[in-house]
Design a protein around this ligand. Structure first.
Ligand SMILES: Nc1ncnc2c1ncn2[C@@H]1O[C@H](COP(=O)(O)OP(=O)(O)OP(=O)(O)O)[C@@H](O)[C@H]1O
Length: 231
């Protein structure tokens, strides 16, 4: 992938996400993670090579900034997806309510974004992304701005949602433990390229306790070492 100004952002990337597989990308700043996500979302067209996204696949995006509409309640933010897709009012409302319930916000549906904490706003953003039942969900450092405890809670929540719904996902993070806990495969990037791939052996759902086991420490150590070598 070469940008108009001549910047070569990616070279020789060979990456496939299987249906129902969660793949994480870790790598140093500027190595091309977001560019891969933007390609997968169709926001960029590759300048070389081929990119295939399954026909009619629904994709959705979750960013570090929850990007909620301030003048809409949590419910109406999630409902927006159904509105844009032309779903009948009752159906889109029922789906949005179920989506907010699934992220633990059944009691906050009538609140506006300014009345919600950062973690709650991110939950709304996740509910909005998953309400359209995407085949491919794209996450660009969604938990990067949250405090550690909120981040751990949201990792567990996302893990549970993934275990129950099994959407395909590409997830960018700077946290090696987040990558290992959430994903089926960790891709370690160096500048413009995928330097290594580490499969994560555990079935979903994964207990939050897995993060405190010796096997987990070993795997995160392995990924961290690869990351250092690739940077
Ligand atoms: N529109 C653009 N035009 C020119 N160069 C770009 C453009 N977008 C990104 N780049 C360059 O492509 C490279 C990869 O950028 P990208 O945003 O994908 O990195 P990243 O790994 O997501 O970084 P970070 O972890 O800091 O978010 C960088 O050198 C960046 O400067």
């Amino acid at each position: 992938m070469v940008f108009e100004d001549g910047t070569r952002a990616l070279t020789g990337i060979d990456l496939a996400v299987a249906p129902g597989e969660l793949v994480t990308l870790v790598g140093p700043s500027g190595c091309g993670k977001t560019t891969i996500l933007r390609l997968a979302a169709g926001l960029l067209a590759p300048t070389e090579g081929e990119l295939t996204v399954a026909a009619d696949a629904t994709t959705s995006f979750v960013f570090q900034d929850p990007t909620l509409l301030e003048w809409r309640t949590a419910l109406r933010n999630v409902e927006l997806v159904g509105e844009l897709r032309g779903l009948p009012r009752e159906e889109r409302r029922a789906r949005a309510l179920a989506g907010l319930d699934a992220v633990g916000l059944a009691d906050a549906t009538a609140k506006h974004p300014r009345q919600l904490s950062g973690g709650m706003r991110m939950r709304v953003s996740i509910a909005r992304a998953l309400v359209s039942e995407p085949e491919l969900a794209l996450f660009d450092e969604p938990f990067g701005a949250l405090d550690e405890i909120t981040r751990l809670h949201l990792q567990t929540l996302l893990q549970d949602l993934f275990a129950a719904r099994r959407f395909g996902a590409l997830f960018i993070t700077h946290s090696v433990s987040e990558a290992v806990y959430l994903s089926d495969r960790v891709l370690v990037m160096g500048p413009g390229t995928i330097a290594a791939e580490v499969p994560v052996p555990w079935e979903h759902p994964r207990s939050p306790e897995v993060r405190y086991t010796a096997e987990f420490a070993e795997l995160t150590g392995h990924v961290s070492r690869l990351l250092e070598e690739a940077s």
